[in-house]
Design a protein around this ligand. Structure first.
Ligand code: F0G
Length: 432
């Protein structure tokens, strides 16, 4: 694993985060418009004019009363950082703009990733828009939501479906990239994480540069959580924020490596030397038991997170906690997010379900200011949404029942009516 480190003392640094407000008035310049590159001073690994942008990062920090109430917070305390508004519909574009910038510096002509769907959609989009490289993507067979697969196909990426899951695809793509000299854009790539730091800069921007009490984020390959920890550590060291928020990383219960290692086995960053024997034993047991990740939140259906160590560092920096939530809780939280006006995909709702759990435990206080990161757009996985709201028991069982989901407490059922004016009017009176 590599890390990007800057000689900050040799760079001209802003004295205050308000410095970045000057970029708002310069939106005709693509590098000021980009939600990543308008913070260029905080990820200055390439000259600004050479940075790749397709207009990523036009996101929203949305205060949500409805979701706040569901989570158990007092009014005005919950915010949703809506990353689904990115060009490819997920937070991945933040990191992809940075990875493409670095790839261009190296002269790469092909880029690859393994993906549960969003990284591949993002890679494919950046390739098709910029024409800088050709995309090769590895996906687990039958493992990715159709919204995401359709993007990769539409954008023209070479799509390799591996007979296996994400963890298999991740292992293979590293071998293939090494053998063929292809530029790898998974979050093992440290430049990806540089781009993803900006999600937190935009959260601060949305709070007028005030630091929230909690950041809650789903955990899959652990790139985001690692990037967030790095962002806050650097801002604090640079004297640009007075304190660091706490971080909560939320696993799906069916893909809970981080939860088990940190909360049950006591694995810690330990000054950069986390217990390798503990990690090795965990994976040996996983192999022996043939344990595979399984969750409706397919984006985080990952048992071997490549950024495990960096995430441990982030948890240390941010006094973090890890929790696991069931698929049932994820889908109920997702329905609440949807009812609140901004939809998300299942994995993203793990953050809301996790925040709710932490409030019920008293770890997050009801007066705390909490930001849940909604990592991907509602339309990424319409199957899960339709199956949740359906009256068709067979569909429900097929898509959700097989994941242990038993009920849809917040289902908004479609009303079936005959094609008859009186019946339709009657139904509207009855249900409206
Ligand atoms: N949420 C969504 C919507 C994702 O697509 C992912 C990861 C995560 C959360 C987890 O983020 O890996 O930084 O902990 N998706 C990757 C992919 C693995 O291939 O698209 P993480």
């Amino acid at each position: 694993m590599l890390d990007v480190a800057y000689a900050w003392d040799r760079l001209a640094m802003p004295r205050s985060l308000r410095h970045f407000e000057a970029k708002w008035a310069d939106r005709a310049n693509p590098h000021s418009f980009s939600g990543v590159w308008r913070f260029h001073e905080l990820l200055p690994f390439a000259p600004r004019e050479q940075c790749v942008t397709v207009g990523e990062g036009q996101t929203l920090l949305h205060p949500s009363e409805g979701v706040g109430k569901y989570v158990g917070l007092r009014p005005g305390r919950l915010y949703l950082q809506y990353e689904g508004m990115n060009p490819s519909g997920s937070f991945k574009d933040n990191g992809m703009s940075a990875a493409f910038t670095h790839a261009r510096m190296t002269g790469a002509t092909r880029a690859a990733c393994a993906s549960t769907g969003n990284t591949s959609a993002s890679l494919a989009l950046y390739c098709s828009v910029t024409r800088l490289m050709k995309a090769v993507i590895f996906v687990g067979s039958g493992k990715i939501a159709y919204g995401k697969l359709s993007q990769a196909l539409d954008f023209g990426a070479l799509t390799v479906q591996i007979a296996g899951d994400f963890d298999d695809a991740m292992a293979r793509v590293q071998e293939v990239s090494r053998q063929l000299g292809i530029y790898l854009v998974n979050s093992v790539n440290p430049f990806r994480l540089e781009g993803q730091k900006t999600i937190m800069y935009r959260v601060l921007e949305g709070l007028r540069w005030e630091v929230p009490d909690w950041i809650v984020v789903p955990g899959g390959n652990l790139g985001n959580s690692s990037a967030f920890g790095k962002a806050f550590r650097e801002l604090h060291e640079l004297g640009l924020i007075p304190r660091v928020p706490r971080l909560a990383v939320i696993n799906a219960a069916g893909a809970n490596t981080l939860y088990r290692l940190v909360e049950q086995e006591g694995l810690r960053w330990n000054h950069g030397a986390p217990s390798e024997s503990l990690i090795r034993k965990f994976y040996d047991d996983m192999n022996a038991e043939k344990r595979r990740a399984k969750t409706i939140a397919s984006a985080i259906e990952i048992n071997r997170p490549v950024n495990l160590q960096k995430c441990l560092r982030a948890l240390e920096v941010c006094n973090g906690v890890v929790r696991e939530v069931s698929d049932q809780d994820i889908l109920d939280a997702k329905a609440q997010v949807g009812a609140g006006g901004l939809g998300c995909e299942p994995a993203s709702a793990a953050s809301v379900a996790g925040a709710r759990l932490l409030v019920s435990e008293g770890v997050i206080g009801r007066d705390d200011r909490v930001v849940c990161v909604l990592t991907g757009h509602q339309l990424k996985d319409p199957d899960a949404t339709v199956a949740y709201h359906t009256t068709d028991q067979e569909l429900f069982n097929k898509v959700l029942g097989s994941r242990g989901v038993r009920r849809a407490a917040f289902a908004n059922r479609a009303v079936a009516v005959s094609n008859n004016l009186d019946e339709i009017v009657k139904a509207i009176h009855l249900y409206g």
